[in-house]
Design a protein around this ligand. Structure first.
Ligand code: NAP
Length: 272
């Protein structure tokens, strides 16, 4: 158990599913009041009643709608009496080569994954109380760019860079800023699995709970960045530093990923 989170107030974006839902549940279990943010109102309300109406409430919003985000901290403070934690987790991916996407799709990924966390961090930071924390959910794709995921990789690399600088700026207000960079995570985020690059499946799959544990660890310990699984993080760093080696390794990793993906699809089809 880390520091006491009892009575703290958290905003979690993308809280209706996967990593965000699990992080919201874990924060509530530690005594936080949690503002759940996502677009789908009924899913958020389900999540809020699952967590408990005294511990969580739905704040439906599209994070790409900056006018909605601008009012969010004030609305949450009115409801829960303060603000201590922000988890920027909502995310989007349009998969495929750049020329297979529209210009709007290519830039929407940046709006949701990078501009929105920057906007929300800016409007929340001045309200977050001393001792608070911001955690941004990025990706291994932000550590080493993934082929056919140009905008997504750029959005997550940008989010890591933003977090690093803001961590320094907010230190004087006693607010920690951290990033979690997961590899593949077993959530609905994959969408149409056939369209996910084989390379993504070359790394061991994490669960949403494991990634949410990393989010909580960042809040507890002020850890700057957690890449997971551990060895995948190291491999991503090597791949980023040595692009020719990454190019050489890619066919080997893609072969392994194709096999893992085939098994994952079978597992999903058999309902396991
Ligand atoms: N799953 C992976 O393999 C993986 C790997 C690395 C990093 N990540 C990152 O982890 C984060 C969470 O993903 P997940 O795996 O937990 O996916 P998920 O289960 O699909 O959850 C995504 C969440 O984001 C919300 N969301 C999406 N677009 C939104 C928008 N414009 N405004 C507000 N909320 C929005 C969704 O709710 P609504 O649709 O109702 O809005 C949902 O609550 C993302 O940032 C993703 O990039 C995931």
């Amino acid at each position: 158990m880390g520091k006491s989170l009892h009575g703290k107030v958290a905003i979690v974006t993308g809280a209706s599913s996967g990593i965000g839902l699990s992080a919201a549940q874990k924060l509530a279990a530690r005594g936080c009041k949690v503002a759940l943010v996502a677009r789908t109102k009924n899913k958020l309300e389900e999540a809020a009643s699952l967590i408990g109406a005294d511990k969580a409430a739905a704040f439906p919003a599209d994070v790409a709608d900056f006018s909605a985000l601008a009012n969010l901290p004030k609305t949450v403070i009115e409801r829960f009496g303060g603000l201590d934690i922000l988890v920027n987790n909502a995310g989007l991916n349009h998969r495929g080569a750049l020329l297979d996407l529209t210009a709007e799709q290519a830039v929407e990924v940046i709006t949701v994954n990078l501009s929105a966390p920057i906007f929300l961090t800016r409007v929340c930071a001045e309200h977050i109380r001393s001792g608070g924390a911001i955690v941004n959910v990025a990706s291994l794709a932000g550590m080493v760019p993934v082929f056919h995921e140009a905008s997504y990789s750029a959005s997550k690399a940008g989010l890591r860079a933003f977090s690093r600088v803001i961590a320094e700026e907010l230190r004087e207000r006693d607010i920690t800023v951290a990033t979690v960079c997961p590899g593949p995570v077993d959530t609905p985020f994959f969408g149409e699995i056939e369209r996910v690059p084989d390379l993504v499946f070359s790394q061991p799959m994490s669960t949403a709970d494991e990634v949410a544990d990393a989010v909580i660890k960042c809040i507890d310990e002020g850890t700057g960045e957690i890449a997971m699984p551990y060895f995948s993080g190291k491999l991503a760093t090597i791949g980023y530093l040595l692009p020719p080696l990454a190019r050489k390794l890619r066919p080997i990793l893609e072969k392994r990923g194709a096999e893992n993906k085939r098994r994952y699809i079978e597992k999903k089809r058999s309902g396991m």
